[in-house]
Design a protein around this ligand. Structure first.
Ligand SMILES: Cc1cc2nc3c(=O)[nH]c(=O)nc-3n(C[C@H](O)[C@H](O)[C@H](O)COP(=O)(O)OP(=O)(O)OC[C@H]3O[C@@H](n4cnc5c(N)ncnc54)[C@H](O)[C@@H]3O)c2cc1C
Length: 475
């Protein structure tokens, strides 16, 4: 039997962006339903390290992400403090400010993200909001400029939900092989997934089919280099296998050449390696790097871990040698072009011929090689991993989805990792932007619904529903 209901706002996706959007919309008086594809809300947000961070100011943002969306950045950076205050106001634990620049340049605070997600869900329910998990959205149809009809399946049956506003917060398209092949053809198809499995691009698909435009470089993504092979890449080990310190080593492909300027950071090397045929490289570093950066905590409360040893225990191909010459011999046995690797270590900075597209940064310098000084020397085989996509849906400062001519699509909003262009090859955080854009989207959607000409009551008999459909999309 089909259950028919009507809500002011329907939120699709129950990560930090979706839960925050839903809770803010409910606080503003809207009737809200949140739909989550998986058995419980949380998404990648609940797998995360809980570092609430972004660029400290617009100038550093511009330096780090020259192709980023400045207007969006201005809004996110401007709303950073109020976002933090909102988290603190719930009583959820927030650490003191991180003293080292997060990811080399950001400002951030570690917070108890898991508890915060529960608090948001609880707030939503207390305010009368509904949460449905395990849902499959069959279709979303437009009915006039101020109504949508969602056709939704879940374990407890089929639902039709009429809504004034929809907020897309499905967390990006990284988990869909088909969407990756379509939107990021330069990235190898079998890239390792370092994310929740539900973020399959449903938000982007819906936005595009309802007239929305894409924004940012859809070929770019956030993630980290992970050791290879890795037999047990479960979410509790995502961070343990990540080689955050790769900016202190040198990264070579099978042809013995460097692929990138390593000092630009692991999240950049990760994207560059994804565009190398075969998507494998060896990260080479010395004892100083292993015993300092290689064991340090990437985020507060993480604990020190010897990442090289952990990767080797997990099955990674590797080499250890007292001299660079012997390391080259061992890497030749592992399939690396030895003569070329020797030349590379002597200062040949040519970029790997296996790279499909290496045009987004400056070429490698010899400076990095000076760091290979203290024996023993190490090499660890690595592969790229994708955490979330950086290109996505175009929005304005009110989180309204925009069409290709920059006009708002009435009632359609997007938040979190579904957005495109804030980070764009360069990276400036995931949780804070999700929280901030979720806040904006929730408020905007609630206000849109509040001025709707015939505000929907919470349950209408089926015959009172508007039959005229202007467009249909499904995911
Ligand atoms: C290991 C790891 C560590 C990280 N650490 C940090 C960190 O410390 N700091 C930081 O800033 N960022 C971090 N990130 C990134 C951060 O987690 C993400 O940027 C952020 O969680 C995005 O939030 P979101 O709400 O947009 O997406 P998500 O939290 O991924 O939520 C999206 C939700 O939408 C659901 N969904 C998808 N499709 C549908 C559909 N059709 N219907 C219903 N539901 C759907 C998904 O199942 C998912 O639950 C980390 C990520 C990982 C994986």
């Amino acid at each position: 039997m089909t259950e028919v209901s009507s809500r002011d706002v329907v939120v699709i996706g129950g990560g930090l962006a979706g839960l925050r959007a839903a809770s803010v919309a409910a606080e503003e008086g809207a009737s809200v339903t949140l739909l989550e594809k998986q058995d419980r809300p949380g998404g990648s947000s609940q797998l995360s390290a809980g570092m609430y961070w972004t660029a400290p100011d617009l100038a550093s943002y511009r330096r780090r992400i020259p192709q980023g969306d400045l207007q969006l950045a201005e809004r996110i950076i401007g709303d950073y403090e109020p976002g933090l205050a909102a988290i603190r106001a719930t009583g959820v634990h927030v650490d003191a400010e991180a003293t080292d620049g997060v990811m080399g340049f950001g400002r951030g605070y570690s917070f108890d993200v898991k508890t915060y997600l529960q608090v948001l869900e609880e707030q939503l329910r207390v305010l009368g909001g509904e949460v449905h998990t395990g849902v499959r959205i069959r279709s979303v149809t437009r009915s006039g400029t101020r109504r949508f009809l969602l056709s939704v399946d879940s374990a407890d049956g089929h639902r039709e939900i009429h809504a004034h506003a929809i907020i897309l917060a499905t967390g990006g398209f990284q988990a869909s092989t088909a969407q990756r092949a379509f939107h990021m053809p330069a990235v190898g198809a079998d890239i390792l997934l370092r994310s929740n499995p539900g973020s399959e691009g449903d938000g982007l698909d819906l936005a595009l089919s309802l007239g929305g435009a894409p924004a940012g470089d859809l070929g770019t993504f956030y993630g980290h280099l992970v050791s290879h092979p890795v037999a047990d890449f479960t979410p509790d080990r995502f961070m343990l296998y990540s080689q955050y310190y790769s900016n202190h080593g040198i990264l070579v492909a099978a042809d013995g050449r460097r692929i990138s300027e390593e000092s630009r950071g692991d999240e950049i090397l990760n994207q560059d390696l994804a565009e190398v045929d075969g998507m494998r490289g060896f990260l080479i570093f010395d004892e100083t790097v292993r015993s300092t950066y290689g064991v340090s905590e990437p985020f507060a409360h993480f604990g020190r871990v010897d990442r090289f040893a952990f990767a080797v225990e997990g099955g990674a191909r590797h080499a250890t040698a007292p001299t660079l010459d012997q390391l080259v011999h061992q890497l030749s046995d592992l399939g690396v072009d030895g003569p070329q690797l020797r030349k590379t270590l002597l200062g040949d900075t040519g970029v790997s011929s296996l790279a499909r597209r290496v045009s987004r940064g400056e070429p490698p310098t010899v400076h990095q090689l000076m760091k290979l000084r203290t024996p023993p020397f190490y090499a660890l085989e690595v592969q790229p991993a994708i955490t979330f996509t950086l290109g996505g849906i175009a929005i304005d400062h009110s989180a309204s989805v925009l069409n290709s001519t920059g006009e708002r699509i009435p009632g359609l909003y997007a938040a979190g990792a579904d957005l495109g262009g804030f980070s764009n090859y360069g990276y400036a955080g995931g949780l804070a932007p999700a929280h901030i854009t979720g806040t904006i989207a929730g408020g905007s959607a609630a206000r849109f619904a509040a001025v709707a000409p015939h505000r929907l009551s919470h349950s209408l008999p089926q015959e009172q529903m508007a039959p005229a459909m202007e467009g249909t999309s499904s995911c």
